[in-house]
Design a protein around this ligand. Structure first.
Ligand SMILES: C[S@@+](CC[C@H](N)C(=O)[O-])C[C@H]1O[C@@H](n2cnc3c(N)ncnc32)[C@H](O)[C@@H]1O
Length: 372
């Protein structure tokens, strides 16, 4: 189970974002102290070395880095927890193992090619979700994020995806941009982003919102009006100086659950489920064309209920993506916490459920795919 709290609006994209005040320490001195722990011949010696190390951590202590010197930065609670674990180890071998792990973390960054998560300090990223059940208590309403577009997703979704599957300067493609949640979040995190949205007034709105949000990392944010079933994403990326995209986030209509417009090209106006899936397939084929191999596509979608039957729209859409050159990496179930429309009808749906023998939707899916 994962409870995702909204990140602070000014949270940096790194380990300091959720794990307490940072401690700036002299790297060389810390590595030496940890090496001494690892070389201890017995537990009492190791604990004495550990006590000396802890004493040197206090303000003004020998391990504290004055300005100018190359420092290693640890969130204080994290470092204290690691030291406590070493202290509590029952065998010399275990204590040395924990000390060695901390030494690795102090040595420097080890990141994967597709994100900036420092794997040598993976414990510091306690706000990055790795479970397949997402329970999001409260929508992040910070900055220019707004909840008034019926059908927009919570900012925590693109926030998690961008931090997990991109690096600063990467390009993200959102072919169903809506009210721009992905674009706002990408700008905050320093990822470049191309959004395509069928409704021109929404595009204007997204431009205004993005312009009102600070762009600390100088991200390029481009949103255009268009039909994503036939948009040349490559040409649009090329106009921005990019050859390809490194992440795609797709949040299409859940067929006709919400009619977004009267436009016949709108996927929410598809005459049947088959037609909806065919149109979604066209968008995915265009996305696969510009996405780098080995990079991720995220699909956010829910099921629907029609003529007394549960329609597994999510799984049908999942297959549509899989058939176009993607390996399925994860199925995440995310809670739905009463959108404005649903809240008003909650009681009615509960009554209908009791009468009709079904359950009211409280979840949607986040499918993660990797391009083969
Ligand atoms: C579920 S909403 C996306 C919401 C978005 N993630 C947000 O947070 O604001 C789906 C969007 O897809 C748009 N749409 C529908 N058909 C489209 C098409 N053929 N091309 C581009 N956009 C389309 C709708 O206008 C709607 O805004």
């Amino acid at each position: 189970m994962a409870i995702v709290e909204p990140p602070a609006p000014s949270a940096p994209d790194g380990p300091e974002s959720g794990a307490g005040a940072p401690l700036y320490l002299r790297r060389a001195a810390l590595l030496e102290a940890l090496a001494a722990l690892c070389a201890s011949p017995d537990l009492p010696t190791l604990r004495a070395e550990l006590a000396a190390l802890r004493a040197a951590l206090v303000p003004g202590g020998a391990l504290r880095a004055p300005g100018g010197e190359e420092a290693v930065v640890f969130p204080e609670p994290l470092l204290q927890a690691e030291l406590a674990q070493i202290d509590a180890a029952l065998s010399l071998e275990r204590a040395r193992y924990y000390a060695g792990r901390l030494r690795k973390a102090a040595q420097g960054e080890r990141t994967a090619a597709i994100n900036e998560i420092d794997l040598n300090r993976w414990k510091a990223y306690d706000d990055i979700v790795t479970d397949s059940l997402w329970l999001i208590e409260r929508r992040d309403g910070s900055g220019v994020h707004r909840a008034d577009y019926w059908g927009n997703f919570v900012p925590q979704i693109p926030n998690q995806l961008l931090r997990r599957y991109t690096r600063r300067g990467d390009w993200v493609l959102d072919p169903f941009a809506g009210a721009g949640t992905t674009l706002i979040e990408a700008q905050r995190l320093g990822r470049n982003v191309l959004g395509v949205e069928l409704q021109p007034p929404l595009v204007e709105r997204v431009r205004d919102l993005v312009a009102a949000e600070p762009n600390r990392h100088g991200a390029l944010v481009h949103v255009v009006a268009g039909d994503s079933t036939c948009t040349d994403f490559r040409a649009l990326l090329a106009e921005q100086g990019a050859a390809s995209a490194q992440l795609a986030i797709l949040h299409p209509p859940y067929h006709d659950i919400i009619r977004f417009s009267d436009d016949p090209r709108d996927l929410s106006n598809a005459a049947s489920i088959d037609r909806f899936l065919a149109l979604l397939g066209q968008v995915v084929s265009r996305v696969v064309d510009v996405l780098d191999r080995g990079r991720y596509l995220a699909l956010v979608i829910g099921d629907k209920y029609a003529r007394g039957e549960w329609v597994p729209l999510g799984f049908l859409a999942m297959q549509t993506v899989q058939e176009r050159g993607f390996a399925l990496k994860s199925i995440v179930v995310k809670d739905i916490n009463g959108t404005a429309g649903k809240r008003a009808q909650k009681e009615l749906w509960r009554y209908r459920a009791l009468v009709g023998g079904f359950y009211v939707f409280r979840h949607e899916y986040l499918f993660l795919f990797r391009k083969r």
